[in-house]
Design a binder for this molecule. Sequence first.
Ligand SMILES: Cc1cc2nc3c(=O)[nH]c(=O)nc-3n(C[C@H](O)[C@H](O)[C@H](O)COP(=O)(O)OP(=O)(O)OC[C@H]3O[C@@H](n4cnc5c(N)ncnc54)[C@H](O)[C@@H]3O)c2cc1C
Length: 437
Amino acid sequence: MLAPKGRSLLLFSRDLRVHDHPALHAAALDGEVLALFVLDERILGADSVGANRIVFLLDSLHELRYSLRALGAELIVRRGDPVAIAQGLMIQHGITRIRMSRDSTPYARMRSSRLEEVVRAIEGELLLSPGITILDPDLLRTGGGTHYQIFTPYYRTWQRARRRELLSPPGEIVALAGVDAGTIPTFDELCAGADPIGERVFPPLFKEPFSPGRAPGGESVALMLLQRFLAGGAEQYLLASNQLGEEGTSLLSAHLHFGTLSAALFEWELSALANAGAEAAIRQLCWREFYHALLSGNPRITRENFRERSTPWRRDDAELAAWRRGETGVDLVDAAMRQLLKEGFMHNRARLVVASYLTKDMGHHWSEGARHFARWLSDADVACNVGNWQWMAGTGNDTRPNRRLSPQRQAERFDADGRYRARYLSTTSAQEQLRLL
Ligand SMILES: Cc1cc2nc3c(=O)[nH]c(=O)nc-3n(C[C@H](O)[C@H](O)[C@H](O)COP(=O)(O)OP(=O)(O)OC[C@H]3O[C@@H](n4cnc5c(N)ncnc54)[C@H](O)[C@@H]3O)c2cc1C
């Protein structure tokens, strides 16, 4: 039994796991832990946050609660403003320390500075630990001291940088007693305004239904998918990751986004395989790191072009609606857009094709595409979404800004037997998608 030395409030965010969790580990060593997750009303209410992400989150919270209970702790769940709720619980329970995983999105930075104010007022401390990315997005800088803007030099430096040690789940956690755990609402209850502790009624949330074929969230699912990917030796990745009809990729992006899988653990396991497929997968993980670093250094890219472009964008609502529904008449584009609606996921090669089609063939602004992706992808992540959209639109960090992918040519190369298109263009799935929109 650990002797309680102190108390801390551990605020979970997008780090919903017990394995390799530096902030959780440190909190367990502090003494008594109040482990908190706040269903953030501002995030839930945002138009860009769709049902698929919310249900993935709810799945992951159930699992996290179960895992914490197995370690002697409890997941306290609340709804509202995380800063105000953390502050209230700290005052109520005499806690002066907050621990959290460091995150560098514009919203996360704003939340951290508000938490800083709260702890300053009580002469407490906010301690941020790594855990969301493999390396801190602000760590690697060019010779000029700025964040990298081109992937290849970033990748070279990233490969050489030192990694922190991986952590097992804590052996035991001492839970702070006497705190109402709160109920994790269902998606419908959440949309109807439910409060985990029944104190308030929140305004209803108007969300489209979630995708019928969405993949479930949760740490055990993430670890199972990781094992499945590694069991194939990751060798298949090199050959099959671009083949649209095959399951050649890890399908772990939403787990990396919600932190049900540690990116550092994923990289470590891949490195141990030491083969070309594993190396290629690590390179993809580095794209995630790169986009987090790019956003951290350039927060304006969520709204503005990273690089200027001279041609004006077009706007045609009917065309945009056809693109969203998968009714452009271009088979590969339509199949991909229907995969998104059906599964809350789209293959990376297909994402490239539909992004190229929207911005280069139709001439629409990349932000229209990014917004639709944000609403439907379970893995929607502001850094990766905006970064990739700008890259494909030619306003981002691509060294070939005029790159255009011909859907016909891409279909010949990456869906030669037509399996992918047939799977998502079938009449049943088309009807299903239309019902959803
Ligand atoms: C227009 C567009 C928008 C995108 N939006 C997102 C998004 O919102 N969230 C997101 O996680 N990915 C996004 N991606 C990147 C990529 O498509 C997905 O990460 C990938 O398809 C997820 O499948 P997987 O987990 O099987 O990937 P794998 O091929 O198994 O790759 C392993 C991991 O590497 C990371 N990764 C792979 N490719 C990329 C990439 N191009 N950029 C950044 N990280 C990458 C992901 O975390 C992924 O889980 C986008 C790509 C495009 C072209």
